[in-house]
Design a protein around this ligand. Sequence first.
Ligand code: ADP
Ligand code: MG
Length: 278
Amino acid sequence: MNAPLPIDAARLTLMLNELRLPTIGRLWPEFAQRADKESWQATRLLGALLEHELAERAKRRIERHRTESRLDPTKTLAAFDFSAVPMVSKAHVMALASGDSWLEKGANVLIFGPPGGGKSHLGSAIGHALIDAGYRVLFTRTSEIVQKLQAARQSLQLPAALAKLDRFDLIILDDLSYARKDQAETSVLFELIAERYERRSLLITANQPFSGWDNVFPDPGMTIAAIDRLVHHSTIFEMNVESYRRRTASDKQSARRRQSSSDNDNHRDIDNGATTMT
Ligand code: ADP
Ligand code: MG
């Protein structure tokens, strides 16, 4: 690698920069040297360099998609314990996580259940897997995106704002039932749902099933129309489980109890020791 570079190396570097081929720019001296030494065909050298450029480019694109998604990097499928939610089919989740047909037809995923049951984690995990598969995802609290779209509407930019969101194959609206209707007579959340209907997918998490959505939309008619669109092509997961945090905390506590019953000196510890919620 330390061998003197060909006389026109500087020009080559310039051209590769101009063409935005940084990986080839980085790799070509080593590759060219090997090619000379091992008498590669020119096609092989060119092919190898281009393959590396493409692979790096795909990697960079996925990294960009991960950053723009605003997904919590720790909430992945690998970190999700399916045994905690026996009513959720792992096979079904894995099928959704690979994308394909449901995203192509703009179908939705709805995840319901009480707080702490793993709704946001499961939604995020599906999001991460889709990014790995090359899709573009946005994770947002519903109240936050509603605020932004509301501001856009006030400055007559709502259509543009909605069109900008079109680049995402999936938008994850976290905690829909916490969003509150505003004074305006049209709901931007409804606009978003209607705009994406049968074209672009939504994944929604909510503590309350549909019956509790009347506070989210301005009137019952709009609530029904929104639900109708969301449900039309959808997968619904109901995660009616006790809070994962509380459960893991009480598991730890009972483990400690078991331990203490075999060791009487520990009683005071247990009585005083508040269980740490992690
Ligand atoms: P929800 O959105 O339903 O209120 P979260 O997804 O925020 O619940 O879950 C609460 C906490 O418990 C998070 O830290 C999450 O990572 C964790 N958690 C919940 N369910 C699971 C699970 N099945 N496997 C691993 N961690 C979980
Ligand atoms: Mg949540």
